[in-house]
Design a protein. Structure first.
Length: 296
């Protein structure tokens, strides 16, 4: 509820990246994108179809079992196993038609390639389900497809920010991942609540603004350097370095506060509406009272 599973997805990305030695790299960021994309697509699809579809390889079942197998292999063989060339390690011949980059590709890159293929299939399948559901109700598909914009526009911005501020990706990726994960969980939580309450689709959340602001702050000096200060661009308010990292930590604190208050608000409203307590029983069962109510 309220996107808690989205937080678990972010935490799992960190464990996964550590297990197969992805490190503080673009590959870890790509893994976060793929995992978040699958989760967001499932939530978006359920909002418009009213049905929770699970793909051929679903995260809660095959995905978890695959990760358990992956962690077991890491425990047995050691983390360096994932950086060995897969075909050579398995003793398989490398076909002449296979590009050298694939022939020497390590295990962890092959696994990411496998995940990319599944992600592409999930995007296609989810889109087809939503389009079919909208057309069966006589509704246009464009408002539904626009629901993908908050996610994909944000993820077009995040790599630009990391490219312009390499200190974030190479030195402080953990707080950055937690910040992005909390922002993503908040967006997913808004979609889930909108689905349950039959509310309009949430195309925007406030935590997208710090992402865009950080990217624009880093983009200004880059444009000045590329086109000249008198032509295009703007000075950076943060100036990069420690101030850019401090901004990431500030964004992390903001995201925790916003998402945390959202979770508390959802829980208190549900408990108030149903007259229940969270994690405890408000009204102990009384067989005499139940019998009296049934008689009436």
């Amino acid at each position: 509820m309220a996107g808690v599973d989205a937080i678990n997805t972010t935490l799992e990305v960190i464990i996964f990246a550590g297990a197969i030695n992805l490190g503080q790299s673009w590959w870890t960021l790509l893994t976060l994108f793929a995992s978040s994309c699958t989760f967001y697509l499932t939530t978006w699809e359920e909002y418009h179809t009213g049905t929770l579809y699970l793909g051929i390889v679903s995260g809660p079942v095959e995905g978890v079992l695959t990760l358990c197998t992956l962690y077991a292999l890491t425990a047995i063989t050691g983390g360096s196993f994932w950086q060995k060339p897969m075909l050579e390690t398995l003793g398989l011949p490398i076909p002449d038609f296979l590009p050298e980059v694939l022939g020497n590709m390590p295990f962890n890159r092959w696994y990411l390639l496998y995940g990319s293929i599944l992600l592409t299939f999930n995007i296609f399948q989810s889109s087809q389900n939503v389009i079919h559901a909208r057309r069966s109700k006589g509704l246009t598909i464009f408002p539904a497809l626009a629901g993908l914009a908050p996610f994909f526009i944000t993820w077009m911005t995040i790599p630009i920010w990391c490219y312009l501020r390499p200190e974030i990706l190479g030195e402080h990726i953990l707080p950055f991942i937690f910040f992005i994960g909390a922002s993503f969980a908040y967006q997913v939580g808004l979609v889930i609540v909108a689905h349950l309450t039959k509310s309009p689709y949430p195309y925007f959340n406030i935590l997208l603004l710090p992402i865009f602001a950080g990217t624009l702050d880093a983009l200004g000096p880059f444009l000045q350097e590329r086109f000249g200060k008198d032509v295009f661009g703007w000075p950076s308010a943060l100036g990069g370095g420690p101030y850019a990292i401090a901004y990431v930590f500030g964004c992390l604190g903001l995201s925790i506060g916003v998402y945390g208050s959202f979770v508390v608000d959802v829980i208190t409203n549900i408990c108030g509406f149903l007259d229940i307590w969270c994690l405890t029983i408000k009204h102990p069962w009384d067989p005499k009272e139940e019998k009296s109510q049934k008689s009436h």
